[in-house]
Design a protein around this ligand. Structure first.
Ligand SMILES: [Zn+2]
Length: 752
């Protein structure tokens, strides 16, 4: 026996001499080369395409040899990724969540312990772990459920989250444990966590590929193991039956479109994307597909890492038919609202096609809405630095809770068309309210929308709307009138609060608010006088390309912006004083062409001229975390070819005494585009005055009349801010009609 143990150790240490994996930059000679790489069986799930016609890619030694054999040009950027991962790692400071011992990720045993711990700590919400089958090497594949009454199969919408299909993608598992902990810890403090635990059955299979993951631990116990596939021995090709080349790619082994071609998967057992000998040849894919078919899941997330994208079918790059395409896009957009991931097919998001993957089977065969989130950026890579583990997990919490929410019925205000954005004080506003059931289940009975006034100044023509029934993914439109008390003054807010629900849905609350009165112009630049109002640290200037007038302002008046522009900005010279101003807002016309997901323009505000805050508007998107974009920050990127009119809300700067503003462009080293243009830059806000209080003493009396007569008859000029106060009859003119109107006001109020 002793001999046996020694043998075991010798084998183990032999196997510890693994292929190294490298970060390699390939110089493409034409677009067809990507296809050539596919067909050579290179795993292209995570390559990064650059504008200089290169791609960054992670390759094993043997894959690199394929490049050499086929005379493909490349350059090695990191020569040993496992040691790179281990050496670069910074410890996590955040300890609000228990981390594991492989660069912060759990080992297989630690993950199993976590399932037991969750069950022990939260027996009212977490089921005992449940075996759903075994892997090739006989390891148990575990599932557990989060719900109230976790031991009972209740009649609640079911949703599934899976992880670690690919053994070197530990964040696909960690974020599920983070989410499960978040739900339990916040049951009493967060309305979403509370609702989801009470009204959903959320299933988790955090480790689909336990053999591959255990193997990674054996070759690199501190983390950084680069094995991807399961541990199937492939007898037909013994040369690949060792190390990281062994096994089948589980995400090419599902039955939908299995082996459709050799670019979306490979028939070569040595390839990292080897599809196996037949569809569902692998116990792991069979276990997962049987599990999915055995339950009533409405939606399934199959987690992977990395690339900061959210991928939906089809793997071959074609688009699903409507209405599913819109469903995928709308739900995906909401899921990525804060993490900025790009939503689309694999071809649209990263430029790769697959066949035999889990999402195509889940959607195409099982008929269930499904996505693959690829979590973490290229720089995070397969094994992020330990201090990135919790932030990456946190980026998925909103996504996961939206996904669990839409597993049932779920009502939102889908659109609101207000007939008058800047209503005067005596206007009544008509609101076209479009309610959507964005969820995947029909309404449980009728849908109620309770309407409550926002404050004592507002009231509606109805208290509630009752929609008899609202099918999954459909909308209903109702016209509502918002009346405003005649007591309201300029610059005050009115509005309505809506609460939307059926007898089992989440009670979602939304608000429509409107500022009443005439906004006052505080600043304007039409970009017709050069850069007189702006100072820049680089090349910003005017150009003859305008929405109105002749010119606009742009970051690079001649040609494209440059790569690696750490920061190029143009700042408004005037420091704006909002004293006495309420609900200030900025509008400008803009258009842009900026590398999507990598470069960006931001519009920023500062209250000290030193620290800057990015501002969001109607047209901003969300930073992706790739390139120079920071996850979650409001930015402008992508292509906006025609002029749009942007509005930036500055409500939080009401009464601020100093505000600086600037546009900033940042770019990474690869793609360079035309950049950002703006024109007709306005700053507005509301002053809270009394109509007729021309001398600003807070009462309306004979002195105001004397001043008004003075202005009108003697043609004295009025300061701009007095114009709306003196325009008693709201006709945008100051004339004798206003004198008459003011006399009527004074007589009726008896206040002189
Ligand atoms: Zn993967």
């Amino acid at each position: 026996m002793r001999l046996g143990i020694i043998f075991f150790f010798i084998f183990n240490s032999l196997f510890a001499e693994q292929e190294i994996f490298q970060h390699v930059k390939i110089n493409l000679d034409g677009n067809n080369q990507i296809k050539q790489l596919y067909e050579l069986g290179i795993a292209l799930d995570h390559y990064k395409k650059n504008k200089d016609n290169t791609i960054d890619i992670i390759l094993s030694e043997s894959e690199k040899n394929i490049l050499i054999y086929h005379d493909i040009n490349f350059e090695v950027i990191q020569d040993d990724l496992t040691s790179y991962y281990l050496n670069r790692s910074q410890p996590s400071i955040d300890r609000n969540f228990l981390l594991g011992s492989m660069l912060g990720n759990y080992t297989l045993q630690e993950a199993i312990n976590q399932m037991d711990t969750l069950f022990m700590l939260y027996p009212n919400f977490v089921s005992e772990k449940d075996s759903i089958g075994s892997s090739f090497e006989g390891r148990t594949i575990w599932a557990f459920k989060l719900s109230d009454n976790p031991s009972i199969d209740e009649d609640e919408p079911e949703v599934l989250f899976t992880g670690l299909t690919h053994a070197r993608e530990p964040l696909s598992m960690m974020n599920l444990f983070y989410f499960a902990n978040w739900l339990c810890e916040n049951y009493n403090s967060d309305v979403n966590a509370n609702y989801l635990l009470d009204n959903r059955e959320m299933w988790f299979v955090p480790i689909i590929n336990p053999d591959g993951y255990a193997y990674n631990e054996s070759i690199s116990p501190a983390g950084g193991g680069m094995h991807r596939k399961n541990r199937r021995t492939n007898p037909s090709n013994s040369s690949c039956n060792e190390g990281t080349q062994q096994g089948v790619d589980l995400n090419r082994n599902y039955g939908y479109g299995w082996g459709a071609n050799n670019s979306g998967s490979s028939g070569n057992p040595c390839s990292a994307v080897y599809r196996g000998s037949s569809a569902f040849s692998e116990p792991e894919t069979e276990v997962i597909s049987n599990f999915i078919l055995s339950r009533e899941f409405n939606n399934v997330l199959h987690y992977h890492s990395y690339s900061n994208v959210l991928i939906h079918s089809w793997g071959d790059g074609t688009l699903p038919d409507e209405p599913d395409l819109t469903t995928f896009r709308e739900i995906g957009k909401e899921m990525t609202r804060y993490n900025g991931y790009i939503v689309g097919t694999g071809t649209e998001t990263i430029g790769y096609g697959v066949n035999g993957d889990a999402v195509d089977w889940t959607y195409g065969t099982a008929g269930i809405i499904s996505y693959t989130p690829e979590v973490g950026s290229f720089s995070d890579n397969f094994w992020p630095s330990e201090n990135r583990v919790i932030p990456i997990c946190q980026d998925q919490v909103y996504s996961n809770s939206v996904f669990a929410m839409i597993s049932g019925s779920d009502y939102i205000i889908y659109d609101k068309i207000v007939n008058n954005r800047y209503p005067a004080i005596d206007d009544t506003i008509s609101i076209s309210l479009v309610v959507q059931n964005r969820g995947l289940k029909n309404s449980n009975g009728s849908v109620i929308i309770d309407i409550t006034p926002l404050n004592s100044l507002s009231y509606s023509n109805i208290d509630n709307i009752v929609i008899e029934t609202l099918a999954s993914r459909s909308t209903d439109t109702t016209e509502i009138l918002l009346h405003i008390s005649s007591d309201i003054q300029n610059g005050f807010m009115g509005g309505l609060i809506f609460s939307l629900y059926d007898s089992s849905s989440f009670n979602r609350v939304d608000t429509i608010s409107i500022i009443f009165g005439d906004p006052q112009e505080i600043f304007f630049d039409g970009a017709e006088n050069g850069m007189i109002e702006w100072s820049d640290n680089d090349s910003w200037g005017t150009v003859f390309d305008a929405n109105e007038g002749l010119s606009s302002i742009t970051d690079s008046p001649v040609g494209n912006y440059v790569g690696d522009w750490g920061s190029s900005e143009t700042q408004l010279n005037t420091i704006i004083n909002f004293s006495g101003i309420y609900y200030p807002f900025i509008t400008f016309d803009a258009k842009w062409n900026i590398e999507q997901s990598y470069d960006f323009v931001q519009f920023q505000v500062s209250n000290d001229g030193i620290n800057w805050i990015p501002l969001s508007g109607d047209y901003t998107s969300v930073g992706s975390g790739s390139g120079v974009q920071i996850t979650g920050e409001p930015i402008y990127d992508g292509l906006q070819e025609t002029w749009i009119n942007e509005t930036i809300d500055l409500s939080t700067y009401s009464n601020a005494t100093q505000a600086w503003f600037r546009f900033v462009l940042k770019s990474d080293g690869a793609v360079e585009e035309d950049g950002f243009y703006f024109d007709n830059f306005y700053i507005h806000g509301y002053s809270r005055f009394m109509k007729g209080d021309i001398n600003q003493d807070n009462s309306i009396n004979i002195y105001d009349l004397v001043m008004l007569v003075d202005f009108v008859l003697l043609e004295n000029s009025l300061p701009d801010y007095i114009l709306p106060i003196a325009d008693i009859n709201f006709d945008n003119n100051i004339n004798s009609d206003d004198i008459i109107a003011l006399i009527i006001m004074l007589m009726s109020s008896n206040s002189y």
